[in-house]
Structure formats: structure tokens, C-alpha cells
Design a protein around this ligand. Structure first.
Ligand SMILES: NC(=O)N[C@H](N)C(=O)O
Ligand SMILES: [Mn+2]
Length: 279
């Protein structure tokens, strides 16, 4: 019947297997139609030790120095982080610019394709689910002919004597699953665990109904992008319904916990600082 319960539910989404990987990051499904474009309504929240930034809050503007690229900064030191996280929407004939000196960069492709060229002229085509790590002061450029959406992390590299990081190009599906003792989620890491790397990017998969065992509190900070699925994120004393396309800032020591819900798996990408003494 056409009663009010006929509002389309997110669970009515038939299988999205026909859609490209991570399609929801750039075209998220908003909650039932009665919330769509409701004036002034947002799920975004900004607190002392966490923030939830949802797609209806994104503010894009031309990325300074890049060509034909719009950027939405989601996390910057102004929020208390030691890194930046931004979405970069590269349009046709677009080109990146180098980060400042001594700043390392990681890019992850969520839509389209870009060509990464380094100073020795070697090019790599990066498609959805591919990534590249660029060490500090490493000459490179990203070019895009059509369109591409990247999530970019940049950080002033914490130099260690006699340690340097390498230029890395890879894709999530080629990374091995790592042990997660006491936890049920599947874990991949995009960077080596070795000492030179002062952060890593975790890709974490949960089946519906699975959740973090540890209600984590730790000195590390996080920038999270939910790539697929939906669930409930607990941050401090608040509980947030989240879905693909949502971004979360977690400050050091904020209590954090996730439970996956719905009919499809949850996958999120997580920046985590590592390998450096917190003192
Ligand atoms: N919120 C998280 O998912 N945190 C990760 N499990 C981590 O800190 O390793
Ligand atoms: Mn954590």
C-alpha cells in the first residue's frame, strides 16, 4: 500500500554490484527522502575530540597551486591534528602541485583515474582502489584527463636518523590480510610497518553485525573515510549513524568503537600515526 511506510528505505537498495567500487563515496545515498535537502539539517558534528563531516557539509574550492582541481579540506591542524585530509576532485586537464618541503603525501583513488609521473619520468595509472605514497621532497605530478576523486593525506614528515621512506604505488586488493588477534574485522595496511613510516593507512572490513571488540582509547589520531556500508560509530559519549562517504576526525584518546549494520559489508580507510615515541 502507499502508506507513509512506503518511503524508500536505504535497505531497499538492490544489490549495488553493478556499481563501480566505492561509488557511494562520491555519490552517497542520503537517508530516506524526507531528510534529503532538508533546510539546515546535517549529520555533521564538531566536538573537542572528534568530528563527523558528512557529504552535505563539504565545501569545495579550487586547490591552491593545483590546476583544474577542487579540494575540500576535511581535517587540518586547525582541528588539532598533525596531518591534513582532503578530497581532491580532479577535472579534465587537471594537474597536481607538490606539497610543501618535508611534507609526505598519500593519495587513494575513490573515483576515476589519474596518471602519476615521477621525476625519472616513470608513469603509473592509478584507478579506483589504487594508491601512492610520496616521500617528503619527492618530485612527482598527478595528471587527469577525464575526472577523478582522490582522498589525500599530507603530513610534515617526522625524520629519523638513517631512515628514509620509499615511493610506493599499490592497490588495496593486492595487500595481504593481517592478523587481528581478538578482533573479527579484516585488516590490510597500505604502507610497510617498518620504522621509517610515521603513519599507516588501515583498510578495515566488517560484515554486517560485526563490531570492534576493544572500545579503543589510544594516543594515536585518526582520519577515517567510510568507503562502503553503514553502521554506528561511538565517539566519546556520542553514538552516530554513519554511511559510505562520511569522514570522521578522532583526536588522541577519544573513546572510539564501531558496529557494522545493514546488508553489505562496511569498509573504512583509516589514517593512524605510528612508529614515533609519543614524548
Ligand atoms: N577506530 C579504529 O578502527 N581504530 C583502529 N582499530 C586502530 O586504531 O588501529
Ligand atoms: Mn583506533
Amino acid at each position: 500500500d502507499e502508506g507513509f511506510c512506503s518511503a524508500p528505505s536505504i535497505l531497499d537498495q538492490t544489490d549495488s554490484s553493478s556499481k563501480p567500487l566505492y561509488w557511494k563515496v562520491t555519490s552517497p545515498t542520503l537517508s530516506p527522502s524526507h531528510l534529503q535537502d532538508l533546510p539546515g539539517f546535517t549529520r555533521s558534528v564538531y566536538r573537542r575530540d572528534h568530528a563527523l563531516i558528512t557529504p552535505e557539509s563539504h565545501v569545495f574550492s579550487p586547490l591552491p597551486d593545483w590546476t583544474n582541481t577542487l579540494g575540500a579540506y576535511l581535517i587540518t591542524p586547525a582541528i588539532g591534528s598533525h596531518f591534513v585530509m582532503y578530497l581532491a576532485k580532479m577535472q579534465e586537464n587537471s594537474r597536481s602541485e607538490l606539497p610543501p618541503n618535508d611534507v609526505e603525501r598519500l593519495i587513494f583513488v575513490t573515483q576515476g583515474a589519474v596518471t602519476l609521473t615521477n621525476s625519472s619520468g616513470i608513469s603509473n595509472k592509478l584507478v579506483v582502489d589504487s594508491y601512492a605514497y610520496l616521500p617528503p621532497n619527492f618530485d612527482h605530478s598527478l595528471k587527469c584527463d577525464g575526472s577523478a576523486t582522490l582522498v589525500v593525506f599530507e603530513r610534515r614528515y617526522a625524520f629519523l636518523d638513517n631512515h628514509i621512506t620509499e615511493h610506493i604505488v599499490g592497490s588495496t586488493d593486492k595487500q595481504p590480510l593481517l592478523e587481528t588477534p581478538g578482533e573479527v574485522f579484516e585488516l590490510r595496511k597500505l604502507l610497510p610497518a617498518s620504522m621509517p613510516y610515521d603513519f599507516n593507512i588501515h583498510i578495515m572490513d566488517f560484515q554486517p553485525g560485526e563490531f570492534l571488540n576493544v572500545k579503543e582509547v589510544h594516543y594515536n589520531q585518526h582520519g577515517l573515510l567510510l568507503l562502503e556500508g553503514q553502521g554506528i560509530y561511538r565517539l566519546g559519549d556520542s553514538w552516530y549513524p554513519v554511511q559510505a562517504g562520511d569522514v570522521i576526525w578522532m583526536a588522541p584518546f577519544v573513546p572510539q568503537w564501531y558496529a557494522a549494520l545493514g546488508k553489505t559489508r562496511s569498509r573504512y580507510l583509516l589514517y593512524k600515526d605510528v612508529n614515533r615515541n609519543p614524548l
